[in-house]
Design a protein around this ligand. Structure first.
Ligand code: ADP
Ligand code: AMP
Length: 216
């Protein structure tokens, strides 16, 4: 199965599409944001160290996230990885290449989800997720069918992220443009970059990603 990166600013729809690829194709989402939030919730030493940085919307250190990805990739059987929110810096991109080579895998495509900044505030401030299975919802564009109940797993534990507010989003966007957007040129130069319209409806975005995957 192909290995891909979903690249795009916060709210571009990476998590939404990654979940669909897991359900539809049996691919495996590797979200460093989810891993860091899990560490935060379970109160590990590392989780405590990164909590304030994440809430402000800044990036945590390369060393921490590379370590998290290395743990997941080491000993992983098969491929089909969807990197969601990783890499976010050129150092992380280089580390990923080395790690993939070490586990006998390679990166097939980098899908850049192109969106307009003005859409992101509404997306981020309306986002909530299921604490049980991670399904992604939105107050306006994708509410649960029954208020407070996950459509997928029936959990009543709906969560909103501490960093999903306008102030933190401003910092996250700045971090994206300063540190992550250079990856667009990096992967273009490697012939791996494919752009999709992230402003399209969820199904249309999925169809565009499916096209990319079917070509790999
Ligand atoms: P990311 O993982 O890139 O930060 P998410 O997948 O969590 O983004 O999506 C952010 C918010 O936008 C969620 O509330 C989600 O329901 C909504 N969303 C995702 N994709 C679309 C889309 N194509 N059209 C409208 N809303 C979307
Ligand atoms: P996300 O869930 O991808 O929106 O990430 C939430 C937050 O986790 C970010 O704002 C960062 O603080 C941190 N984070 C997630 N992935 C990375 C990464 N690859 N590098 C640095 N920080 C990260």
């Amino acid at each position: 199965m192909p290995n891909i990166i979903l690249l795009g600013p916060p709210g571009a729809g990476k998590g939404t599409q990654a979940k669909r690829l897991e359900d539809g194709r049996g691919m495996v989402q590797l979200s460093t944001g989810d891993m860091l939030r899990a560490a935060k919730t379970s109160g590990t030493e590392m989780g405590k160290r990164v909590a304030a940085v994440m809430d402000r919307g800044e990036l945590v250190t390369d060393e921490i996230v590379i370590g998290l990805i290395e743990e997941k990739l080491t000993g992983a059987v098969g491929g089909g990885f969807i990197f969601d929110g990783f890499p976010r810096t050129l150092a992380q991109a280089d580390a990923l290449e080395a790690l993939m080579a070490k586990v006998g895998q390679h990166l097939d495509a980098v899908v850049e989800m192109q969106v307009d900044d003005t859409a992101l505030v509404a997306r981020i401030t309306g986002r909530f997720t299921c604490g049980g299975c991670g399904a992604v919802y939105h107050d306006v564009t994708r509410p649960t069918k029954v208020a407070g109940t996950c459509d997928v797993c029936g959990s009543h534990n709906m969560v909103r992220r501490a960093d999903d507010n306008e102030e933190s989003l401003r910092t996250r966007l700045m971090e994206y443009y300063k540190k992550t957007s250079p990856l667009i040129g990096y992967y273009h130069a490697k012939g791996k970059l494919v752009g999709v319209d992230g402003l399209a409806e969820v199904d249309a975005v999925s169809a565009a990603i499916a096209k990319v995957l079917d070509k790999t």
